[in-house]
Design a protein around this ligand. Structure first.
Ligand code: NAD
Length: 490
């Protein structure tokens, strides 16, 4: 954390790749199987960047021990004290913002400007929950109008949590779980994605500097089927907050179903529709639809990867959209590489299938079988894709978007909802009654009208259908991390 913000020079000075350490009880520890490492690569060059401990069951147990030991004291620490520590964490993150942004950009492949936005949001995560806990309101009611018996609700921290996050917004999504977990008095073991572990490692140092008591938040590194699964299944873990792919979410639900008291929050994948009606101003709609499709190279669960346009403006939209994407979303500028060799292969296979099925490529092409230098994929705009094609149904999670026409409002709603996922959607129209009429019928936990990616941390965040279980944010996060009891007092 204190080394340098000139990360490239620092990397060049190293004779071997950096190796990370688990953070348990405020110490950086050796994992018990030191020969077991996971290689993590620089997406821009394809070269080895870091080695991540492939934590074993014993490492997971060790981290859970630390969190279990810390819980009795931390859960009784005053809100004021917890709040102060969270605000200190936010302050240190602010001081080190550029260091975090640079490493996030190197590790994940995102542009530096995107990384800065995400570090800002991570800071806000800590500030928001630090102050939320100071301002909670509660009500006392009197039974039968009698003052002799009062009733009220009381909440207490649940216990030790497993916090598991994906690789696309590493720091931002992990802190979205860590901040409420410790704010509401729980302790935890966090496991970032093995593909992008760098900023979680730096965050551990921030916890030490902020004097977060030992064991309150532990960070272990490792793969999903190994460390992740062991963590989720541990009987001493009383809740799981998970963000990642739908298949992993299903696995975690199966792995926890018998432990009925375990709190579970699953934030999963999306295949989100963008609906463009015939009354839009194209100079506003085109950049917004393009940003929603290609921000972070399409690797955001909320990206609008299926665009539907009213037939009256379809041709005009398409022409302007293609020109805008070609000019604005160039590889190396607004577009970074995709995160890994495996992900490059996955996205490429979808693009190849689109070619075989006869899709029209308005931008982009089938990527070379083996990436030459770094994992670069040109933004790809496709038309003439069938609704039942895998390209239209599956979350590709890369810089690939389909554009299709619709004729009526009813058809637009049908097309938007014709997908197993239900995370987010974007509507573009000037008609206020249509905003509500359509917005209230879309199967999506989040509906953005004439905007995208706007967040207010008090509002519920999460998906319908295959996109998840539960919501996070504000009181929804409180519900995940606390147990509720009702008292009647005579
Ligand atoms: P992933 O499901 O492969 O991995 C996510 C995390 O789960 C990683 O830390 C991984 O190690 C761990 N994991 C894997 N198997 C596990 C198991 N059996 N038990 C416990 N942990 C396990 O997802 P990914 O490829 O890292 O991320 C991309 C996915 O995340 C996309 O589907 C994207 O839509 C989704 N996502 C959702 C949101 C949201 O808020 N809904 C936000 C960002 C990303």
């Amino acid at each position: 954390l204190d080394t340098t913000d000139r990360a490239d020079a620092y990397l060049a000075s190293l004779s071997s790749p950096m190796s990370l350490r688990n953070f348990i009880g405020n110490n950086f520890t050796e994992h018990t199987e030191p020969s077991h490492w996971i290689d993590s690569f620089n997406p821009r060059t394809g070269e080895l960047l870091t080695q991540i401990p492939r934590s074993a069951l014993s490492d997971v147990d060790h981290a859970v021990d630390a969190a279990v030991r810390a819980f009795p004291t931390w859960s009784r620490t005053s809100r004021q004290e917890r709040s102060e520590i969270l605000l200190r964490i936010a302050e240190i993150l602010k001081e080190k913002k550029e260091v975090f942004a640079v490493w996030e950009s190197i590790d994940q492949g995102k542009t530096l400007s995107r990384a800065r936005v995400e570090v800002d949001r991570a800071i806000t995560n800590f500030q928001y929950f630090a102050t939320y806990i100071l301002h909670e309101e509660g009500a006392v009611r009197y039974v039968d109008g009698s003052v002799s018996t009062m009733t009220y609700e009381h909440r207490s921290p649940v216990g030790v949590f497993a916090l598991i996050s994906p690789w696309n917004m590493p720091l931002y999504l992990l802190t979205w779980k860590i901040a409420p977990c410790i704010a509401f008095g729980c302790t935890g073991v966090a496991k970032p994605s093995e593909v992008t572990s760098m900023t979680a490692f730096l965050l551990a140092e921030v916890f030490r500097k902020a004097k977060l008591p030992p064991g309150v938040m532990n960070i272990i590194f490792g793969d999903g089927p190994g460390a992740g699964s062991a963590l989720v299944k541990s009987a001493r873990i009383r809740g799981v907050s998970f963000t990642g792919g739908t298949a992993t979410g299903i696995r975690i639900r199966q792995d926890t179903v018998a432990d009925i008291g375990k709190h579970l929050s699953l934030e999963l994948g999306g295949k989100n529709p963008t609906l463009i009606f015939d009354d839009v101003n194209l100079t506003e709609a085109v950049p917004l639809a393009a940003q929603a499709a290609f921000e972070n190279s399409g690797q955001i669960c909320l990206c609008g990867s299926r665009i539907y346009v009213h037939r009256v403006v379809y041709d005009a939209f398409l022409a302007a959209f293609v020109e805008y994407v070609r000019e604005t979303y160039r590889c190396g500028e607004a577009i970074g590489p995709v995160v890994s060799r495996e992900h490059y292969a996955k996205i490429s296979s979808y693009i190849k299938q689109a070619k075989e099925e006869g899709a029209y490529f308005l931008t982009g092409e089938v990527p070379s079988e083996v990436p030459q230098k770094g994992f670069w994929i040109t933004p790809t705009v496709l038309t003439n894709v069938r609704t039942d094609s895998r390209i239209m149904r599956d979350e590709i999670f890369g810089p690939v978007v389909t554009v299709s026409p619709f004729d009526t409002e009813e058809e637009a709603i049908e097309l938007a909802n014709d997908n197993p996922n239900g995370l987010a959607s974007i509507l573009m129209t000037k008609d206020l009654s249509r905003m509500r009429r359509v917005g209230e019928r879309i199967d999506a936990g989040l509906v953005w009208v004439n905007c995208w990616l706007v967040r207010e941390l008090g509002t519920a965040f999460g998906g319908m259908k295959a996109s998840g279980i539960g919501r996070e944010g504000g009181s929804q996060s409180r519900d995940i991390f606390t147990n509720l009891r009702t008292l009647h007092v005579r």
